[in-house]
Every structure is written in C-alpha cells, then in structure tokens.
Design a protein around this ligand. Structure first.
Ligand code: NZQ
Ligand code: ZN
Length: 353
C-alpha cells in the first residue's frame, strides 16, 4: 500500500429540496456578496436560478449573476467574471451547473484572490494557495468538480485546454438534488456516466502499489454506474438511479478511489483535454472514444490487474492458459457497453480526422 493524503472538506447537502439550504450554507461560509455563476440555459429554464435568487433575497444576501458558461469553459468568460466580481466586491461564488460552471467558478476564485493573469496558473507559470470560496448547486453528475481540487479551462485564443489543482479550490459545500439531473439530454447523461467510470478507472489501472479496500470501493463505483446508466436512458426520472449515479460522481473524483494507489494514470484524460481544446467535444464522449484503444495498448504492462478488472467488474471466468483472451473480452465488453449507451468508440465517430 502506498502512502497517501486524503482531504475532502466539502459539506454535502444531498437529496430532495436540498437547494432550500442554499442561503444558510452561504452564511455559514461567511459569504457577504455572491456571484451566481451558471451555464447556457438549462438552470434558467428549469427555474433553478430564480429559486436560488429568491432564497438569497429572503435572507438579505446580495448577489450579482453571470451566466453563459459553455462546455469546455472559456478563459474569456473567466476574465469577465473576475472583472465583475472585483467591481462588485464579491467574496463568494455560487456555481449552479456542472463541471464547466464549477471549473469556471474556481478560475474566477483564483482571479479574485490573486493579482496578475489567472491563466498563468493553468499554464504552470506560477502557483497559488489562494482562491475565493466556492459553493455548488450541482445539475449534472459527471466531472466530480463539486468535491475535486481541479479546474479545467480552455484558452479560447490558443485552443489549449489545461487544468490546475489546489486543495484550497475544493468547494466549501455542494448541494446535490438528483431531481435536478432529470432534465439532462440522454447524451449528457451518458457522457457523465462515462466520465464517472473513467475517474475511477484512471486510478485503478496502475502498475504500481494498490490497496484492497480502495479496489473494492472502485469496483463498486464502476459497477453501480454500469448498472444505472442504461436505466437512466430508459427512465430519466428514476430518482434512485439518478441518486446512485450522482453520489458515484462525487466519490469517483474526490480522491477516495485513489487512496493507497501509486502511479495513477490519467493518460486518457490528458489526451481528451487536447481533443476538447481543439475540437470542442463533450468530455465524456472524448474519453469513451479513446479509452478502449488505450486499454488494448497498455494491458500487458500489468496482466494481473486487468484480470482482476475482468473478473470483479465484468464477472468473467479467468482463462488461466490464455489470460490475454479474458482481458481482451473484458475490454470488448466495456467498448460494447459504451456503444450501447450512445458513446463514440473511436475518434472518427467524434468527427476527428
Ligand atoms: O449550459 P447549460 O444550458 O446548463 O447545459 C449544460 C451543458 O450543455 C447541460 N446541463 C447541465 N445540467 C443540466 C444540463 N442540461 C439539462 N439539464 C440539466 N440539469 O449539460 C452540458 C454539459 O455541462 P458541463 O458542465 O460541461 O458537463 P460536465 O459536468 O461533464 O463538465 C465537463 C467539464 O468538466 C471538466 C471537463 O474537462 C469539461 O470541461 N472536468 C473537470 C474536472 C474537475 N474539475 O475535477 C474533472 C473532469 O475529469 C473533467 O476534466
Ligand atoms: Zn473526467
């Protein structure tokens, strides 16, 4: 077992009507003026933004708002947000949306708390341990940014999509009402489920040290998502399935599935970030398109690990005379699964030449 650090400071308010606690949670963080940050239209259309604004008004919490975050969130909007937040003396950012909104909020948080160009952090030119506090109202189960230390921003001038990690950027709270995710288009639900599995798999497939307890948690996260994604495509209003996937999304990327694991990989993520920056593909779809090729390329580096995956995740009997056959069958099954939930399984399907 490899030494590890584990830090998850995010307060979780999970379940129906959890959004009604929003003002109370902001007050508990001493937020005096809030920037409500959101995406294109879904949170406006559902009435969630209006509801949050009403709850803040009732508790005399002043706010300004900035919408317009797009998937693969853009640096140009981050600059706008920093300017607005500084002008309005904002001291707390409430991200209402998914990974893109939360990541944009984290970048604005860095911009409020630090002088100079915020892109420097993403370009790895300098580091910081300062970020304005962030709260989250989550509307899509996918990126896990509601509990993660990471923010991924696309520089719209250069097409570079880059991440920056600090413990200080982990959200102070996350409100997670699975009902909010019922309006997701099928494609986004499937992209989200893929991303959740991938956050676990990127940690799981290592040639380094591991830990049995972490493996069991990781295999359960993978199986829960494998089971529930097809249910959600059939029954988008299934609360239990939405809840299982939503919580899996947070646990898959808050560090839990990486405890005691050496050499976490994340190669598929790094490749996807290049695709996202240049071709603006949905993150989960990019991961599905890349993963199976990556898997076939690397599995021989740790046959036992891949046999464990074939057996514990896919329930395959191991052919000890031809272990590679068992592994290739498991990878084929994962690939067919991605195709069955509408994900691309090759770059051409994504429109990438
Ligand atoms: O903009 P709106 O109209 O809200 O539409 C969004 C968007 O088009 C829509 N959506 C969200 N909630 C909805 C909804 N539509 C209907 N009903 C709802 N309840 O879904 C679309 C995708 O949203 P987005 O926030 O982009 O999705 P996701 O959470 O998958 O985030 C993807 C971004 O997160 C980054 C990815 O690279 C990508 O940029 N990641 C961030 C990570 C982190 N910070 O820890 C880790 C991940 O590996 C990932 O890299
Ligand atoms: Zn991801």
């Amino acid at each position: 077992m490899y030494n590890f650090e584990y830090y998850t400071p995010t307060f979780i308010e999970f379940g129906k009507k959890s959004e009604e606690k929003v003002a109370q949670l902001i007050k508990a963080q001493n937020g005096k003026k809030v920037l409500i940050h959101y995406g294109g239209h879904s949170a406006k259309k559902s009435g969630l933004i209006d509801k949050i604004e009403k709850l803040l008004t009732e508790e005399n919490i002043p706010y300004v708002e900035l919408g317009g975050v797009v998937p693969n969130p853009r640096l140009s909007l981050v600059y706008k947000g920093i300017e607005l937040a500084k002008k309005e003396n904002v001291d707390f950012i409430l991200a209402v949306g998914g990974g893109s909104v939360i990541d944009s909020a984290k970048a604005i948080g860095y911009g409020i708390a630090n002088e100079g160009d915020v892109w420097d952090f993403y370009a790895q030119k300098r580091v910081t341990d300062k970020c304005a506090p962030i709260g989250v109202v989550l509307t899509i189960a996918a990126a896990g940014s509601e509990m993660s230390n990471s923010s991924v921003i696309t520089n719209d001038e250069t097409g570079l999509k880059r991440s920056y990690h600090t413990e200080i950027s982990r959200p102070r709270f996350a409100i997670m009402n699975p009902e909010f995710t019922m309006t997701l288009p099928e494609y986004q639900t499937a992209c989200g489920c893929t991303d959740i599995m991938m956050h676990t798999m990127e940690r799981y497939f290592t040639a380094g040290e591991t830990m049995e307890l972490t493996d069991k948690i990781a295999e359960s996260v993978m199986q829960i998502v494998l089971k529930n994604a097809p249910i959600l495509l059939e029954e988008p209003d299934n609360y239990e399935a939405r809840a299982e996937v939503m919580w899996a999304g947070s646990l898959s990327h808050n560090g839990l599935t990486g405890c005691g694991i050496k050499n976490k990989d994340f190669a598929t993520h790094m490749l996807e970030h290049e695709l996202g920056g240049v071709y603006d593909v949905a993150h989960g779809a990019g991961l599905a398109a890349l993963w199976c090729s990556w898997a076939r390329y690397v599995y021989k580096a740790n046959i036992n690990r891949w046999l464990q995956y074939a057996s514990n995740v896919w329930g395959l009997d191991i052919d000890f005379e031809h272990p590679e056959k068992t592994i290739e069958t498991a990878i084929d099954m994962q690939e067919q699964y991605y195709a069955s939930i509408g994900m691309p399984i090759g770059l051409k399907e994504l429109g990438v030449k």
